[in-house]
Design a protein. Structure first.
Length: 192
């Protein structure tokens, strides 16, 4: 399943506050156990609530334990190599990283979300989200390339192989939000 919605946020004030905020763009992985447990206390929480409570793009309700969220900021100086080629973000599957490192067991989120709240994305070149149609490291599988377009929301199966292609001009800014049935094992260390 993949959903792409352009012009998703209609609240100009929310977009402006995100663009002006320094805290919103702090690097690191964070966990929020949702509005049903804790009121929104950060701008990221407000965005998550805007997407998943107030404007949920899914037709059916889903049950969740909470949200893992982080930002990615890439420019032409951040290109790395891995088996699948050159990327700004290495090819991977989203999973409970702590559990995987400790046991080798793979537990994935229910859904992944990418949102592009920075208008500078429209001036950038490269930085496509590349999603292979596979749950293995099969780089020969077919794939989709999705442009990092301002105010675009992407909902996808984050357990599929995915990466970010190199940014060749400008800066790509995005927030990733994973929805979890059960909190990842490191969630207590990511609270914010």
């Amino acid at each position: 399943m993949m959903i792409i919605i352009d012009g998703f946020i209609r609240n100009e004030s929310l977009l402006y506050r995100i663009q002006q905020s320094k805290d919103f763009w702090n690097l690191g992985y964070y966990w929020w156990n949702g509005w049903w447990n804790t009121p929104a206390s950060t701008l990221r929480h407000e965005l998550i609530e805007y997407i998943w409570r107030n404007n949920c793009p899914l037709l059916e309700p889903i049950s969740l334990d909470g949200f893992e969220h982080w930002v990615g900021i890439y420019d032409a100086n951040k290109t790395i190599s891995n088996v699948g080629g050159e990327f700004s973000l290495i090819s991977h599957f989203d999973k409970d990283e702590k559990l995987w490192n400790e046991t080798g067991k793979i537990v994935t989120p229910k859904l992944g979300t990418i949102f592009y709240p920075d208008p500078c994305n429209d001036e950038m070149e490269g930085g496509y989200l590349k999603i292979w149609k596979t749950h293995s490291t099969d780089f020969t599988a077919s794939y989709e390339l999705i442009e990092a377009k301002y105010n675009r929301l992407i909902i996808f199966d984050a357990s599929q192989l995915h990466a970010v292609t190199p940014v060749t001009k400008g800066t790509r800014k995005a927030i990733a939000i994973n929805l979890w049935d059960e909190a990842p094992s490191d969630a207590p260390n990511m609270l914010r």
